[in-house]
Design a protein around this ligand. Structure first.
Ligand SMILES: [Zn+2]
Ligand SMILES: [Zn+2]
Length: 362
């Protein structure tokens, strides 16, 4: 049996190639892919802004059905053929300090799906932008109920789990808190839902003029106020809305030095700023550090999330998926053959198309 896969052959070039579907050993499994989320990381890999060993099969936001599973893998993951699962993007080494403490996103010797393992490593199918994906021994696999729509289920391991990690676990959002979310992309929108459901009092989302549609969705997902950074002084607006109290928690997912500088001015004394956006290897952001010192502001960098957040996101959508129009975050779905077009659209290279978030269906 053969599987088609979208292979990033070199920077700026994706081809659909066929690979032999591997025979599965006792510790391995084979996933029939249902949907692969596309995120900014895929566009960065395509543009060479993130380094990766090429060629590789893309796709690290993984939703599918267990097609085959070896005996000991079945026991370990608690799955049978036909079970629907999401799979985490890292395959931990399970021996280092970070893996042993559950923080395997920092593992140095991990393998990873869709971002780090090239097709030269057998059996090549190390990414979700494919008909079938190989599940290596030691993968992190979570069952997800079949009644959840694919567009919602595919968010569980990605933006929703990040929202759980960044707003709740790292941001420590308090009941009634004022939360500012800077950035109205899929990540910011998912964070709105998590903040709303965590008991935030006031949620303010900032975006740009071209984010009108996203800001409208932010309101539907539970935001109380949306601000357009080119048209208003967002720091002053936060001051007005909060009666001068400012924000308890600011989540900045813009990757923009100007926005981050504003985030610092939006937070209250003893408040927290969570930085989830990347500004790039070359960019330096100048901040008034005295302001952080005088006001005892906590600045928390965040990189991805742990399994606690992924499990939290899955349980959340099991119970609350219907309460929020989450499926609207996936604005564009493409067939596998159009992987390159989809990733170019996500990267902003296709004029007239500005997906909130896109996904591929094999
Ligand atoms: Zn991603
Ligand atoms: Zn490790």
């Amino acid at each position: 049996m053969k599987a088609r896969a979208a292979v990033l052959e070199e920077v700026g070039k994706i081809a659909i190639r066929e690979f032999e579907v591997p025979r599965i050993g006792p510790d391995e499994a084979l996933l029939q892919v249902e949907m692969a989320g596309i995120c900014g990381t895929d566009a960065k890999l395509y543009h060479g802004k993130l380094a990766a060993p090429l060629p590789l099969v893309l796709g690290h936001e993984i939703l599918g059905t267990i097609a085959e599973v070896g005996e000991s893998a079945a026991r370990r993951y608690g799955v049978r053929p036909g079970d629907r699962v999401v799979v985490e993007g890292s395959v931990p080494c399970w021996s280092c300090l970070y893996c042993l403490s559950g923080q395997f996103r920092f593992c140095h010797s991990k393998r990873s799906y869709g971002t780090g393992t090239p097709i030269t490593v057998p059996p090549s199918l190390w990414g979700a932008m494919a008909d079938y994906m190989y599940l290596a021994p030691g993968s992190v696999v979570h069952r997800i109920p079949s009644h959840i729509p694919d567009r919602v289920a595919v968010l569980a391991k990605g933006v929703l789990a990040n929202g759980v990690q960044w707003i709740r676990i790292k941001g420590e959002v308090a009941l009634g808190a004022t939360v500012v979310i800077q950035g109205a992309g899929a990540q910011g929108l998912a964070a709105v839902v998590i903040a709303r459901d965590s008991g935030a009092g006031t949620i303010i989302v900032t975006g740009l003029r071209h984010d009108r549609e996203r800001l409208a969705l932010a309101l539907d997902l539970g935001a109380d106020h949306v601000l357009v950074a080119e048209d208003e002084d967002v720091v002053e607006r936060v001051r007005e809305i909060t009666g001068g109290a400012m924000a308890d928690l600011v989540l900045d997912v813009t990757g923009s030095p100007a926005a981050i500088a504003a985030s610092v001015r939006m937070v209250r004394k003893l408040g927290t700023i969570v930085l989830g956006g990347l500004t790039g290897k070359e960019t330096r952001t100048s901040l008034l550090l005295d302001h952080l010192v005088w006001n005892e502001v906590r600045v928390q960098g965040v990189f991805s999330k742990g399994s606690e957040a992924v499990l939290g996101a899955i349980r959340f959508i099991e119970h609350k998926a219907e309460k929020y129009p989450l499926a609207r975050i996936i604005s564009h779905v493409y067939p596998l053959e159009q992987a390159e077009e989809a990733i170019r659209a996500v990267g902003g290279d296709v004029s007239g198309i500005y997906p909130i978030k896109a996904a591929l269906v094999p």
